[in-house]
Design a protein around this ligand. Sequence first.
Ligand code: PLP
Length: 393
Amino acid sequence: MSEQRKPETWAVEAGRRPDWTHGVVNPPIYRASTIVYPSIAAMDAANLDHDGVLFYGRKGTPTTWALREALTGQEPGAAGTMLMPSGVAALTTAILSVCKAGSHLLLPDSAYDPTTAFVFGLAKRLGIQAEAYDPLIGAGIAAHFRPETALLMLESPGSLTFEVQDIPALTAAARAAGVVTLLDNTWAAGHVFKGIAAGCDMVMQALTKYVGGHSDIMMGSVTATAGHFERLRNTVWQLGHCVSGDEAALALRGFRTLPLRLARHEQSAMQVAQFLHQHPLVDRVLHPAFADCPGHAVWKRDFTGASGLFGVVLKRGSRADAALFCDGLRHFGLGFSWGGFESLIIPTSPEKLRRVTPFRASGLSLRLSIGLEDPEDLIADLASALERMETAL
Ligand SMILES: *Cc1c(COP(=O)(O)O)cnc(C)c1O
């Protein structure tokens, strides 16, 4: 179904079920805890677990069903999607749906820092053994599988350092060994890379980022194949995760314009990255579309585009000099998160997060999220910052 529609068309039509909404274009915002039934028979009939029947607020309403259906359709081959109150909650829930005490899990060395914190923190206390691996290992991952390996985590490109992983090779190796795969597909926004089609069993997204797109919600999702969806749903229910109708409606509003916004984010980010790439103070740009980005060939092969988030490493300066660069910026906000309409920048220290593969930086490292402003304004802003650095250092 979704496979036959172009992404822009899918984004507009997805999850719109007149039988859920009486034909209203946007599903009304349901604020629900209790649903009351006219009879015991009606109550018993509702206690089935499928969308389209209201049972209890925590288990969803037409507002959340619409968002879930839209996200499932974004990943051809998927069976269903569950929503969580943040991207981190989506990641930890997906991990707990697969791993138990004694399980071994593999995590790319370039993983999002809070993911690493969970697998080496609370997950470890629960008896799950985590091991970091080289994100560029590809089919070589097979050598790291043990009899007790339950989960191979994937994130492409990696957080802060942007290595692109060979997802088809990694998922093929995992499948052969009976290891479940979970991809963090936040950078691609579920749009420029299709994880389930590339062999992943589960794909998560921080909807907080590009799907929300307006810096006003926290939410996460996990989309799974038929073989993994039921276990995921039961884990979500047992942990008690749910999202509000108000926030689901905002996520759905973001979803409608996702392909359009992402195209602009991509285009502007490329312009800004190209400016930085040729600047004498810049050592390298960490962006999958650049030939020197680790995994660039895989990105070209597997992705249909890019988003607006990338990194840059300067030739000089250190974290201590970050204020020189950042404090005088007029158009970039200094803030965490990304994927909103406004440009953001943060200094980063990826070398401190590495466990098995070193990251070397000659100078100050920064991460930029390019928003929907005119890229010429952003470039002028960065040019002034680079000038300040060159004068001072
Ligand atoms: C932000 C982010 C998350 C977590 O999302 P939150 O909604 O902030 O919890 C997970 N993965 C990646 C790659 C992210 O950038």
